[in-house]
Structures are given as structure tokens and as C-alpha cells.
Design a binder for this molecule. Structure first.
Ligand code: GLC
Length: 772
């Protein structure tokens, strides 16, 4: 396709490589992040995933050899051959990622006649494409494992799966054979025995990933449209790759702390009275909770930015009353705007040309919840600002967060045709190009609107995503079902989303579609309380699944794990501080920490929260004993404090109220005292559970709400657990005036407590050493 390698030219940090038939470009963004580009249908354009100029001054060399062109930074060496074949090596000269030179082996197709016949039974026969216009084949090694790719179905390791990137709203129970779900994050990490690398294919069109299903020799990326445009992300570990990837596509910032609390939701809280009743029950049953979500029922005939006045007499008063009890209200906002004369959102959008049109320039209409609806063009900056500003209607009533749904975009009268006209952020573009970034752009509009209007850290939840959505929004995994298979899927799904840059994610606890059972809900809340987004949500028409809807045991188990979450809130908050600073996710598959561990490679049923808290939830019906894998090292059973040596499987009793949790020796876990919602009680004591061993930890404190921390208004403690059974606590940054008054260290068998004022002043900070 490219032909013979001819010559090259260096411009700034770009190397233009001429081939016989085509030109390509290699852009050195940093030592470890390289963009590989060749134009197939347009010149290079700004990426929807990347904001701002990410290029760092980087030294590199370009040398023409007989057969190839060699480009090298201090971390990566690439050799470029004829036909734009490219091989990447690390600084030691070890081959890390190479293009595949052979031919694809595509299964032979069947006749059209047979396909039609099979369809009579509803049986779909797939025809494989023999060639994609954009096709990248990389050689696969025997031991290679793949992680990431967003929210796909199936197990943790994506080796042997094939997927599609096309944001899809398919409410049927999602199983392994589903190729696409709600999000398109075309990024993965490939792990080999001796090396690791990441690839991010920044092509927003429908695209295909075959991760070694077609062949054991190679894996492939394919797309029918767009450019050849991918990023090679190098690094010496999975962590470095994620740091680099989130450097490129952006990071989730520290959220308002209450957004980490428990959230109660249901499609079908239909009136103000019902919402008040939910709030009353949450407090009556002593269930900590910070958020109640209002689904589409709060609107007047599903018209966005309206209230159903029949059912919500005085929303402002409702929200104010709930606030006194510690609740915040989050409302859903869908993109579809009802077609209705006299409805201001519709009329303003029409007047200003903010809605997508068909190819002839007429506003494009499809159907969603409100009936006939039109679709805002979020790629148009003016439309985005207008959309963002519309949220003042909700913020003025006291709404504290926005939940973006149906933004694939979902449509009830068939999919939007490919030629519907939107903008892509720069110019007019068609639906085929914009589809996968539609939800991303909507989340951006919402995020920017909230930031502008409210000033606090925006709380946005989105269903559809593209690479980089983590900058604007949290996400949930959409419409799962109340089935054990979906509880099981939640673990790898959340881990892979986390590895794909999305740090603030969760599933509908209890399951969304179909009726849950008490056992399933009990097990789900045990996973949910460790998921960054902690929300129980269910579909209209299904059994009610708030924690008190079953029996005393279910209520108690839900309360136990919701309380545990509230206890660990400062730990989650610290992890988000790490996410913002280093891009590392909050929950992590074991493989992220134990890259050489063969068991961790395919560990689907356990995960880590941060580095050292291992959660091994029960994911099967009727199971009361869990086979727990503990990686190398010494661990403590969180519940019994028993010491257990790792590097092996152990059996742990796990009756319904027990989720096995293990803490690595040398770990520090900050705690809050019990409260019903964030801010109910002033947390003026820093409580630290310390597990003897060797380790270090950073604890972060700020006002939990606005962006003042970005100007230095925060406190930072560096804590060390030492081999000699002591713990050093160092207050290294004191920029937030409400620093704790006391520090309490919970050792295994005793407690040490002291005043922060009694800490010794050293080098502008304060320090104290405690014997464990
Ligand atoms: C979609 C959402 C779901 C929501 C429902 C009604 O199915 O995924 O969470 O409850 O729409 O708005």
C-alpha cells in the first residue's frame, strides 16, 4: 500500500517519511509517546480525545540505514521499513512490538442465500471482512495478554476476543459474544513476558479489534474510514503505560468528596413524595447515603430542562429539605430534545442551528423517550456552550450533579443514518465519524457548563464515552441485568475501564433489568462498595431493590458495606488524588501490581483498591467459601487481622455477610468515623489503620468541593511504615487551613493518639514517629 521507503524530512519533532505511493508521519510527542500517522481521507486534525499541546521537548535521532529508517528517543527505538512496516524496540534494543508481515487468514464466507435462510430462525451469520481500508496487523507472541478496550464484555484478558468500536445501546443481557457496548475506548495494553506497551487507535469511525481470535500469529485493528492514526505508548510497566496514556488523553480530577458516597437511584421515583419517602427510609434504616438520583420521570413529558409540575410541586423546596438531611440530588439529562412548538429548548436550538441535520440541511428527527426528538450538535462549540448554560435551570433549584444517558446516541426508530450532519469539533462531519464521540462531547458540554455556572468540581455521569472522557465525567456500565453473570462481569469490566483511563466507574448495583434477589444484592453491594461510583439503580417495572425491600439480613449486609465505604472514604479520596497526579486508576486488576504473576494475568474474580487492598468478592450463587488468590508477600485478613503468606490460593469462609478482603503488610488505610453523609460530622481526627511491615503512603486533605486545591489549598501527609515496627508521619504540605487536630494510629493491638500541634517542626513541615 505504501511501497518502497524513499526518503524523510525532519520538522520540529515530526519525521515525514516518503514512500513510493504514500507519505506518513511520525510525531514524537514525548520520549515514550509517539504518534504514527498516514492520511487516508483527511489531513491531520485535532483529536477529540486529546486536549491542548502534549508535545514535550524531546531529543531524538534519525538515521537512514540500508533497509530501514531508524528513529530513536532515549526510551524507544523504531525501525521503519518498506510498506510502512514499523518495529518498536526498547532502549536496550529489545524488540517490543512489531508489525506482522504475513497475510491474514480469514475464514471463508458463506453464500448470501444461506445467510438469508439462517435469518429466518433469527440466526445471524457473520461475514468477515477480508480487508479493511485501514488495517494494522501486529505480531502476537505466545504469552501476550491484552487489557483495556473500555467497557467490553467478557473476561479480563482480551486475548482471543473480537470487538467492535461502535457505541451501542442494546438492553438485552450482555454476554461474551456482544462485540460492542456503550463506550468506544480504542486503547489497550499488551503484556508480554519481558515487555509491555500500549496502543491507542485514535480513529472515531466504526472500527474492529481482533485480539488473536482470527489467528495466533497476529492481532489486528481495522477501520473502513478515517486515517491511519495511532499512538505507540511505551513504558516499563503497566503503570507507566497508563500514566503516559492519561498524560495524553487527560486525567480524572479529584472529585467532590460526597460523590464518593452511596447513591440511591431507580427509574421510577415518580413524585416528590416518593423521593421524600426514599430519603426518610434511608435515614430510618441508618443507611449512609449522599445522593438520590432522579431519572427521566422528574421531567415534564421527558422534556430536558423541565420539571413535571404535577408530580413535583416545588422542586427547589424538595431539594432544600433533602439537603438539610445531607442528600444531594442528581438529575438525568438525555440528549434528545422533544420536537414541540413553544418549548424553549427546542425553539432556541432550531433558531440557532444547534441540532444535527440530514444531508439536505433539514433538522434530523428520530424518536427517544419524549417521542419525536432532535439531537444537539455537541461538536459545535456554540451549541455546547448553549447546552451547558441550560443547566442553570437545574442548578438554580439546587441540583448538584448531572447524569448523561442515551448519548450513544440511542434512538428508537432505527439508528441515525451515517450521513446525518453533525460537527466534529472543527468542521461539519457525518454521523459515521461523530457517533463514537457523541457522548464524549455531550459530557464535555455538561462538564464545562457546570464548571462555568457552579464553580465546584463538576459531577457528571455518562453512559457513552470515547477515549479521554475521564476528563469530564464518571461513567457507569449501562443496563446490566440482575443476573449472577453480570455481577461476575462487573469485576473485569470495571478493571478494564480503569486501565482504559476511566478511573471513576461503577455498575448498577443489584442489576438494572429484571428482578434481583436478596442474595444477589448482598453480593453486589460487596463489589459496589469498592467501585469508585457506588450506586444502586434499577429499571422501572422491576422489583424494588433499595436495601430495606427484603429482610433484616439483607438490610444489615447492605448497611455493613455502605458503612465500610464511608469508613474508607478518605482512602478513596487519596486514590483520586493519585489519579489526578499520576493517572493511576482507583481499582486495579491484580496484574497491574503483579505483572510477572501468571495467576494475576487472568484473575477475573479479584481486584485491588489502590495498591494494597485486595478484594475477593463472592460472585456465585450459594457460595459461602471463596478460593482467594493472594499474590506474593505477606497479607492480613481485613476482618480477623490474621497473617497469611501470599503466593498461593487459600480458602476463606465467606458466609453471605463476608466479602473476603486482604491488606498487604506495610499498608496504611485512612478512615473516617461513622457518618450518615459526607460532612455530617467534622472529621478532625486523622485515623490511620497501620499494618506492620514496610510501606509508604500519601494522605491528602482539602475542602472536598472546589478547585482551590489547584492553587495549593491542600494538606499532604507522607506516612511511612518502617521495618523496625515504627511509623513516621510527616505533614509536608500545609495549604488548607482546616488541618486535622488529632491523629489516631490504630496498630494491630493498641491505639496511639496525639495532637497535630504536638508534632515536631522540621524543614517547614511537621513530623512524628510512632511505635507500632
Ligand atoms: C436507560 C439507562 C437507565 C435509565 C433508563 C431511563 O436505559 O441506561 O439507567 O434508568 O434509560 O432513563
Amino acid at each position: 500500500m505504501f511501497g518502497k521507503l524513499l526518503n524523510h524530512q525532519v520538522k520540529n519533532q515530526e519525521i515525514i517519511v516518503e514512500f513510493e505511493k504514500k507519505q506518513s508521519k511520525i510525531h514524537i510527542i514525548t520520549d515514550e509517546i509517539w504518534n504514527i500517522f498516514a492520511s487516508f481521507d483527511s489531513e491531520e486534525e485535532p483529536s477529540a480525545a486529546i486536549e491542548g499541546n502534549k508535545q514535550r521537548d524531546t531529543e531524538f535521532t534519525v538515521v537512514k540505514k540500508d533497509e530501514y529508517l531508524q528513529i530513536a528517543t532515549k526510551s524507544v527505538i523504531a525501525k521503519i521499513y518498506d510498506d510502512f512496516k514499523i518495529d518498536f524496540y526498547n532502549a536496550e534494543g529489545k524488540l517490543v512490538c512489531e508489525d506482522y508481515r504475513g497475510k491474514r487468514v480469514v475464514r471463508k464466507g458463506v453464500s448470501e442465500e444461506f445467510i438469508q435462510m439462517a435469518l429466518l430462525e433469527g440466526h445471524q451469520v457473520e461475514q468477515k471482512k477480508e480487508h479493511y481500508k485501514i488495517e494494522v496487523l501486529k505480531k502476537m507472541q505466545g504469552d501476550e495478554a491484552f487489557y483495556g478496550l473500555g467497557d467490553k464484555t467478557g473476561f479480563l484478558n482480551k486475548r482471543g476476543y473480537e470487538y467492535e468500536m461502535w457505541n451501542s445501546d442494546i438492553p438485552d443481557p450482555q454476554v461474551d459474544s456482544f462485540k460492542a457496548l456503550y463506550k468506544s475506548i480504542p486503547f489497550y495494553i499488551a503484556l508480554r513476558k519481558e515487555s509491555v506497551y500500549g496502543l491507542f487507535y485514535d480513529n472515531t469511525y466504526r472500527s474492529y479489534f481482533d485480539m488473536g481470535k482470527e489467528s495466533d500469529e497476529y492481532y489486528l485493528f481495522g477501520a473502513e474510514q478515517g486515517n491511519l492514526n495511532y499512538y505507540y505508548v511505551a513504558g516499563d510497566s503497566i503503570k507507566t503505560i497508563i500514566k503516559n496514556y492519561t498524560y495524553l488523553t487527560g486525567r480524572t480530577h479529584v472529585p467532590q468528596i460526597w460523590t464518593l458516597g452511596y447513591q440511591q437511584s431507580r427509574w421510577g421515583y415518580e413524585s416528590e413524595n416518593q423521593v421524600r419517602e426514599i430519603a426518610t427510609n434511608l435515614r430510618k434504616y441508618d443507611l449512609p447515603c449522599d445522593v438520590i438520583h432522579l431519572d427521566i420521570d422528574y421531567m415534564e413529558r421527558f422534556k430536558v430542562f423541565t420539571w413535571n409540575k404535577e408530580h413535583y410541586d416545588d422542586p427547589k423546596k424538595l431539594i432544600k429539605d433533602l439537603k438539610e438531611d445531607g442528600f444531594k440530588i442528581v438529575t438525568i439529562i438525555d440528549p434528545g430534545v422533544k420536537v414541540e412548538e413553544g418549548y424553549s429548548v427546542y425553539e432556541e436550538g432550531v433558531k440557532n442551528g444547534y441540532f444535527a441535520t440530514d444531508k439536505d440541511g433539514d433538522i434530523y428527527v428520530n424518536s427517544v423517550w419524549p417521542g419525536k426528538s432532535v439531537f444537539p450538535d455537541f461538536g459545535n462549540e456554540e451549541a455546547r456552550t448553549w447546552w451547558g448554560n441550560n443547566h442553570s435551570f437545574l442548578l438554580e433549584q439546587g441540583v448538584r450533579g448531572i447524569w448523561n444517558d442515551m448519548n450513544e446516541p440511542a434512538s428508537f426508530e432505527g439508528q441515525l443514518p451515517d450521513d446525518v450532519v453533525f460537527s466534529d469539533g472543527v468542521k461539519k462531519a457525518n454521523h459515521a465519524k461523530v457517533h463514537n464521540i457523541y457522548g464524549h462531547m455531550m459530557a464535555k458540554a455538561t462538564y464545562e457548563g457546570l464548571k462555568r455556572l457552579d464553580g465546584r468540581r463538576p459531577y457528571v455521569i455518562t453512559r457513552a464515552c470515547y477515549a479521554g472522557s475521564q476528563k469530564y465525567s464518571t461513567a457507569w456500565t449501562g443496563d446490566n441485568h440482575s443476573i449472577w453473570a453480570h455481577l461476575k462481569m462487573a469485576v473485569p469490566q470495571l478493571c478494564n475501564l480503569s486501565l482504559s483511563g476511566m478511573a471513576f466507574v461503577g455498575t448498577d448495583i443489584g442489576g438494572f433489568g429484571s428482578d434481583t434477589t436478596k442474595e444477589l444484592l448482598c453480593r453486589w453491594v460487596q463489589v459496589g462498595c469498592f467501585s469508585p461510583l457506588f450506586r444502586n439503580h434499577a429499571a422501572k417495572g422491576t422489583r424494588f431493590q433499595e436495601p430495606w425491600q427484603f429482610d433484616e439480613e439483607t438490610l444489615n449486609i447492605n448497611r455493613k458495606y455502605i458503612n465500610l465505604r464511608y469508613q474508607l472514604l478518605p482512602y478513596f479520596y487519596d486514590l483520586f488524588y493519585q489519579t489526578e497526579r499520576e493517572g493511576l486508576p482507583v481499582i486495579r486488576p491484580l496484574i497491574m501490581q503483579y505483572e510477572k504473576d501468571e495467576v494475576a494475568k487472568n484473575m477475573n474474580e479479584e481486584f485491588l483498591v489502590g495498591e494494597n487492598l485486595l478484594v475477593a468478592p463472592v460472585l456465585d450463587q450459594g457460595q459461602t467459601c471463596k478460593m482467594v488468590y493472594l499474590p506474593e508477600g505477606t497479607w492480613y485478613d481485613y476482618w480477623t487481622k490474621e497473617l497469611v503468606e501470599g503466593g498461593r490460593y487459600i480458602l476463606r469462609d465467606a458466609p453471605l455477610d463476608v466479602c473476603p478482603i486482604y491488606v498487604k503488610a506495610g499498608t496504611i488505610l485512612p478512615n473516617y468515623t461513622k457518618q450518615s453523609y459526607v460532612g455530617e460530622k467534622e472529621q478532625d481526627t486523622l485515623i490511620l489503620d497501620v499494618y506492620p511491615g514496610e510501606g509508604s503512603y500519601t494522605h491528602y486533605q482539602d475542602n472536598g468541593e472546589d478547585f482551590a486545591y489547584q492553587a495549593g489549598e491542600f494538606n499532604e501527609f507522607h506516612i511511612k511504615v518502617n521495618k523496625d515496627n515504627t511509623c513516621t508521619i510527616n505533614l509536608v504540605q500545609e495549604g488548607y487551613d482546616k488541618v486535622y487536630k488529632m491523629i489516631r494510629v490504630n496498630c494491630l493491638d493498641h491505639v496511639v493518639e496525639f495532637q497535630v500541634n504536638d508534632m515536631e517542626s522540621v524543614n517547614g513541615g511537621r513530623v512524628i514517629k510512632v511505635t507500632l
